[in-house]
Design a protein around this ligand. Structure first.
Ligand SMILES: Cc1ncc(COP(=O)(O)O)c(C=O)c1O
Length: 505
């Protein structure tokens, strides 16, 4: 054995996580010693007695490791002669190693597929893990975990081991019934549980829709500005996007009707347009339905946070107005309950259900059974609607104090858009401010500002912020806004509300 091999073996042994059994770690270190080319083919390894002494392990442990590696073909043990590195095993994953003996890892990004490269380059749709100003999240501190815990214990008792098995790809029938009942009563959606597929997220629903209903190269109309998650799902399925402007009444349907590209579908967020917050008027909802009927196109209705409407009457879903079955309606529990639940749903025209069930089995089979059963009980026993009522009141109060604090601290810098619902408020920057600079200034005072410009697909582009208010107490929001205003004042001197403190005469 070369002089460096025993220290290398010991170094490899020490690099392995110490929580594993020593015998396993020694085998692993020997495997890497050989496969990474730290020793030569045919080289003699130290006797088990010598290695045991130098590595400070029991001789039996070394013997067992040598025996195991011989069985695997890494070593040749010759009675009366010694233990040798087998020819076939030597250096099979050898590559350049650095000074510390670590193999250089090749950069494989260039080997991504033509489909994979833009997905990687887009960065995907990463979500925020913790609630700080001003990320857009619901307030999970309010969620009644005690009730959830009790229901979960009951579900585990009642379902026994049934919930440990594979389950229906459509979703738990009891949950689908509850969702259908809720949607009928509160959202004006007309469907039965048989039309509902329970999925992990709206994002999964969007990918399924793009892949099952549209072909590569087909055009889908999207709101501009619009939800980047939808845009990326459609683009990664090879669809072409036709951006349609949004105004105070939601997507401009006249522009959709006049679109030269002949879209085969339109994606809309009618209750609370993402990101501007506009509500699509009834007139435009009906225009969309007529358009879809006339051209045999699809309407993808993403009703992601419609439960939280604070002013005016709730607006009924397009799905319930459509007599022809051209609407795919999606909803999520990420906003109304908590995003870690990973449960959402897609309401489909009946005849499309089998295709979507087949499609979803190719992704993840079905959603977690225990979570579905607990959620079904949570809805059935009235906790869901009670929670929505409570949170709507809380969020409305937070929205009001947010508006008030915004006016006091931030109105010199930005102008708020629609405020009737949702968990965030969008605003346009006033002239003279640059979005990127404001984000950097905000970051310097511990504030994150989700931005508006990136959500545009060409056309007239506005700079601005989307500020989540729901997960912050009024005190937290006020405090963050004060810091933000201070940082922005330094960016744009002379704009601080009230200016500098006046000198006494
Ligand atoms: C318009 C819109 N749809 C859907 C979602 C996400 O839902 P899910 O967590 O179920 O993917 C979001 C999240 O921000 C959203 O803004």
């Amino acid at each position: 054995m070369r002089a460096a091999a025993t220290p290398t073996l010991i170094a490899l042994l020490e690099r392995d996580p110490p929580n594993r059994l020593l015998s396993g770690r020694l085998q692993n270190a020997l495997r890497r010693l050989i496969s990474e080319g730290h020793v030569e083919e045919g080289e003699r390894l130290p006797s088990s007695r010598l290695l045991a002494r130098e590595a400070d392990v029991a001789r039996d442990t070394v013997e067992a490791a040598y025996r195991q590696l011989e069985l695997e073909g890494f070593l040749d043990r010759r009675p009366g002669s010694g233990t040798y590195v087998a020819a076939i095993a030597h250096g099979f994953i050898a590559g350049k190693t650095d000074a510390a003996g670590r193999r250089a890892r090749p950069d494989l990004r260039a080997s991504l597929s033509a489909r994979g490269k833009p997905i990687a380059a887009s960065g995907g749709v990463p979500d925020h893990g913790d609630a700080h100003p001003f990320v857009i999240l619901p307030d999970v501190q309010q969620f009644p975990l005690d009730i959830w815990r009790k229901l979960m214990a009951r579900v585990l008792t009642q379902h026994d081991r049934q919930s440990l098995l594979y389950a229906d790809a459509l979703g738990l029938p009891g949950l689908r019934e509850e969702i259908a009942r809720y949607l009928g009563a509160y959202r004006g959606v007309r469907c039965s549980g048989e039309q509902i597929v329970v999925l992990a997220s709206s994002q999964a629903a969007l990918s399924l829709i793009a892949n099952l209903l549209l072909d590569r190269g087909d055009v889908i109309a999207v709101e501009n500005p619009g939800f980047h998650g939808a845009r990326l799902a459609f683009q990664s399925a090879g669809l072409t996007l036709a951006p349609i402007p949004v105004d105070a009444d939601g997507i401009a349907t006249d522009r959709l009707l006049a679109a030269r590209e002949r879209p085969r579908a339109v994606y809309v967020t009618p209750s609370h347009q993402y990101p501007t917050g506009a509500t699509l008027t009834l007139e435009r909802r009906l225009a969309l339905i007529h358009w879809a009927e006339r051209h045999k196109t699809w309407i993808v209705e993403d009703d992601y946070d419609s439960e939280f409407r604070y002013d005016g009457r709730p607006v009924a879903a397009i799905q319930g107005l459509d007599p022809t079955g051209r609407v795919l309606y999606l909803g999520t529990f990420s906003k109304v309950l908590f995003p870690g639940l990973r449960l959402a749903y897609l309401v489909l025209p009946e005849s499309l259900v089998p295709a979507f069930v087949a499609g979803r089995t190719l992704i993840d089979g079905h959603s977690a059974m225990i979570a579905q059963a607990v959620l079904a009980a949570f809805i059935r026993e009235g906790h869901f609607t009670a929670y929505i009522r409570r949170m709507r009141l809380l969020y409305r109060a937070r929205r009001d104090s947010f508006l008030d604090a915004f006016e006091r601290h931030l109105s010199p810098y930005a102008e708020m858009l629609h405020r009737a619902g949702g968990l965030h408020i969008a605003s346009h920057l006033r002239d003279g401010l640059d979005e990127t600079e404001t984000v950097a200034a905000a970051c310097g005072v511990g504030v994150e500002l989700p931005t508006l410009k990136r959500l545009y697909l060409g056309g007239e582009t506005r700079q601005g912020w989307l500020m989540g208010f729901a997960a912050l107490s009024p005190h937290q929001a006020e405090d963050a806004m004060r810091r933000l205003a201070g940082a922005l004042g330094r960016l744009k001197p002379g704009t601080r509300r009230g200016g500098r403190p006046k000198r006494r005469a």
